[in-house]
Write a protein that binds this ligand. Structure first.
Ligand code: AMP
Length: 415
């Protein structure tokens, strides 16, 4: 099988690594990829926004399967263009990607499919916003309707701030605050059948102890020793399958990765958000633990034959990933700094997220630079490996959280 993977980050590096481990894979092409991916695949200088360029590339290399990593090209209709030309694609159509592209649309689908989520109002003017804020009270949760690269959601006790954020967008969803730990649970979907992956947890705040600004994610781990035993079955039954069924009924089947961000509240699971693609950095931990050959699995999803797939196979290992971020991330990351000393140990992987080659020297090129992942027979071993590798890397001004999976690791030892 010849696979073309679209994207440039740590998620795509993890996807690339897992795809290369499938013995059915003949060639892995990536557009545009990054210097880490270039070590294991053929990278093409076609950007993720160059939709026509990607279609032309798929024709030129006679690809069997296209896997689309990021949300933007999905929402812009890349999967539709490729399918129109006969390609098998793992990634939803523009219409189905609205589950991520519009918070209001996601809410409508959840209501239609009876999926548990926070009560909400969609507001298009100040009076509606004010009355929704007062209906729920603090903490206020205000979400811009469209894709906002992680900047669309504000959770605050400050009503003035909530109002100010709401008025920045033409259409906002204001919802009740959900109290409880958050987990990410992914479903591989072929439009009809859904296979639930094991849960992971990511760490959204920049600094230790969940302090500092929200980020794209500073680390993740899987599995979750504290999650309810039936969390996969329950999420499949109450969230993923009904959503996929509702999308199929509408004539816009969801083919690809349905990401459910869930709060485990005292009234059970509730959906905080949907994404229409693999999450970053949860993918880095999940794919190092997934034993099912990935190229075949994603091909089955892309071709509507997932019902033929066996259930997903997982290793017994634990995995922890820690993000190395540039100075100033997330507000104003500094980049262009040399990265020195990447020395993975056995049972670890260093995924490139924002790196570039300047001659032969590797430099940072964005906010989240590397995702360092350790795998071990318990969380402590997985953590130790990730942090041991991190300690050898030098990148001027960079920082990382030192508490990824720490509490779970302590609790695990206590058991
Ligand atoms: P979202 O982009 O919808 O995932 O929101 C970003 C972050 O805001 C989530 O990961 C949560 O930490 C937080 N958040 C979003 N919605 C809620 C909610 N209804 N209650 C509590 N926190 C929320």
């Amino acid at each position: 099988m010849k696979v073309l993977l679209i994207g440039t980050g740590g998620r795509e590096h993890a996807l690339a690594l897992a795809l290369t481990k499938d013995d059915q894979l003949e060639e892995l092409h990536v557009a545009p990829g990054n210097p880490g991916i270039a070590n294991i695949a053929l990278c093409h200088a076609v950007g993720v926004d160059d939709l026509q360029g990607i279609v032309a590339l798929a024709h030129a290399i006679k690809i069997d399967l296209v896997v689309i990593g990021p949300e933007k090209p999905l929402v812009d209709g890349l999967a539709d263009l490729l399918r129109a030309d006969g390609f098998a694609v793992f990634g939803p159509s523009a219409a189905a990607a609205q589950l991520e592209g519009s918070k209001d649309f996601a809410k409508q689908i959840m209501q239609e499919a009876n999926v548990p989520t926070a009560r909400s109002f969609t507001c298009t003017n100040r009076a509606e916003v004010e009355s929704a804020l007062d209906a729920f009270g603090a903490p206020y949760v205000v979400k811009h309707d469209g894709l906002a690269a992680g900047k669309g959601v504000v959770v605050t006790d400050d009503r003035a701030l909530a109002l100010e954020h709401a008025l920045l967008s033409q259409r906002v969803v204001i919802e009740e605050y959900l109290l409880g730990p958050e987990i990410s649970l992914f479903g591989i979907c072929d439009g009809t059948t859904v296979l639930a992956m094991q849960p992971a947890q990511d760490f959204k705040r920049a600094f230790d102890g969940d302090q500092g600004p929200n980020t794209g994610g500073m680390g993740a781990y899987s599995p979750l020793p504290w999650a309810p035993k039936n969390i996969m079955e329950e999420t499949l039954e109450r969230v993923l399958q009904p959503t996929v069924d509702a999308m199929a009924r509408r004539g816009t089947p969801f083919v690809g990765l349905l990401y459910a961000g869930l709060a485990l509240t005292d009234q059970g699971i509730k959906v905080i958000e949907f994404n229409a693609r693999f999450g970053d950095p949860e993918t880095q931990v999940l794919l190092l633990r997934l034993k099912t050959p990935l190229a075949q699995l994603l091909y089955q999803a892309a071709t509507g034959t997932l019902h033929e797939a066996a259930t997903l196979q997982w290793s017994e290992d634990w995995a922890v990933t820690v993000v190395l971020a540039s100075e100033g991330y997330p507000a104003s990351p500094k980049f262009g700094e040399p990265i020195i000393g990447i020395n993975p140990v056995d049972g670890s992987a260093v995924f490139h997220a924002a790196t570039t080659l300047d001659g032969t020297s590797l430099k940072s090129s964005g906010g989240r630079v590397l995702s360092i992942t350790g795998v071990g027979s318990d969380l402590k071993e997985a953590r130790d490996k990730a942090y041991r590798v991190l300690a050898t890397i030098s990148l001027q001004g960079s920082y990382y959280r030192s508490d990824i999976a720490l509490n779970a690791s302590i609790a695990e030892k206590g058991n």
